[in-house]
Design a protein around this ligand. Structure first.
Ligand SMILES: [Zn+2]
Length: 369
């Protein structure tokens, strides 16, 4: 995701800002400045920055609670419509999910109380209003209260929806609990979107779309996890692939792309040891930048994690999401590349699961035939 960039680290978590957030900030500053004067505009931008600091603290609340259960949070991204803490995995035990989901709103509640108390103190101790700044504390109180109330709506993937899912999961199986919670989240998203259109409030429509897509994407992640329960990487990996030598040119990969079904190109050294993985996107980027004679290795990813054939299918899926890649290399115990685990494998597994639902599944012990 090149649309967001890091602005620093807090307790080991990378904090990222999405480009659209900066555009939003500039737009608010400029339109306020032209309409209300630059002093008011500065106050508006300062308020927005304070709001996002509150959103960041809310997300850190989730991240710190997750850490308590041994779940890492690689990064938190700030978007114009709020924050997004990317947890390495979703806590599976319902009680853990409740604690992690409520930790964010708990932070917002503390902030609302603090700003409420401060604005009360401020109003009673200072009689002189100070232009656009005087309402800052009471605005922050209102905004944190709204943030708290909105996040507690029982609509997945909002915090309240996660609590709802966890409560359902205490009674039903996890997949069914997620489908119910995601369904109710999407119904609420449609209602919010309709309200946004009628108002009209474009921001509400944005938030509704974000919720709708978020609910769908998490429901499909859980579907993958449920369908692949017990499966190993070796049960669904590509074992027929062409290795590129370290001195290969982008043209060699382009040739493979055109004449084979391979979309991901592993690169190995002279001894056949895995070095890096060139994706289709990497290949296209490279062709644009360096042309067909450009070195393939320069546009391949060397930061990708590797898995072994014995790793759980769901672990490999989680790694693909975390590293935003369409494939991960599969190495044997001696470090040799024995397969590629790709998103096509995940799609195929889901298709097979759908086709054989209710029938006993045979998992080949020896790997991919
Ligand atoms: Zn939250």
């Amino acid at each position: 995701m090149s649309w967001s960039f890091p602005i620093g680290r807090l307790t080991g978590i990378q904090i990222r800002v999405h480009l659209t957030f900066l555009i939003f900030l500039a737009w608010v500053g400029l339109s306020d400045g032209l309409a209300l004067g630059w002093r008011q505009a500065l106050a508006g931008v300062a308020l927005l920055c304070m709001v996002f600091a509150c959103v960041l603290l809310h997300e850190l609340g989730h991240a710190w609670a997750a850490r308590h259960f041994g779940i890492r949070t690689p990064d938190i991204t700030l978007l114009p419509i709020g924050g997004l803490a990317r947890l390495e995995r979703i806590p599976e035990r319902p009680i853990e999910e409740v604690v992690v989901a409520l930790a964010g709103p708990a932070v917002s509640a503390v902030l609302a109380l603090a700003f409420g108390a401060l604005s009360h103190f401020h109003l009673t101790s200072i009689d002189q209003p100070t232009g656009g700044w005087e309402g800052m504390l009471s605005n922050l109180f209102t905004i944190n209260t709204s943030l708290l109330a909105f996040n507690l709506l029982p609509a997945f993937p909002l915090d309240g929806g996660r609590v709802f899912r966890a409560l359902l999961a205490m009674r039903f199986n996890y997949g069914l609990a997620t489908r119910i919670a995601a369904g109710s989240g999407q119904v609420l998203a449609v209602l919010l979107g309709a309200a946004g259109f009628l108002a009209p409030a474009p921001m509400l429509v944005f938030i509704a779309a974000f919720l709708f897509l978020g609910a769908g994407s998490e429901a499909s992640q859980v579907a993958i996890r449920e369908a692949s329960r017990g499966l190993r990487v070796k049960d669904a990996m590509i074992t027929a692939f062409t290795l590129l030598p370290s001195e290969a040119r982008l043209a060699d990969a382009a040739d493979l792309l055109m004449h084979s079904s391979q979309h991901t190109f592993p690169i190995a050294d002279d001894l056949g040891r895995y070095l890096a993985l060139l994706s289709r996107n990497g290949l296209i980027t490279g062709l644009h930048a360096a042309g067909p004679m450009g070195p393939a290795l320069s546009y391949a990813r060397i930061d990708l994690p590797t898995v072994t054939p014995g790793h759980l299918f769901s672990t490999a899926c989680a790694l693909m999401r975390e590293f935003e890649t369409t494939a991960v290399p599969v190495l044997d115990s001696s470090g040799h590349l024995v397969g590629l685990f790709t998103e096509e494998n995940v799609g195929a597994m889901l298709l097979m699961d759908g086709a054989t639902k209710g029938k006993p599944r045979s998992v080949s012990p020896g790997g991919n035939p």
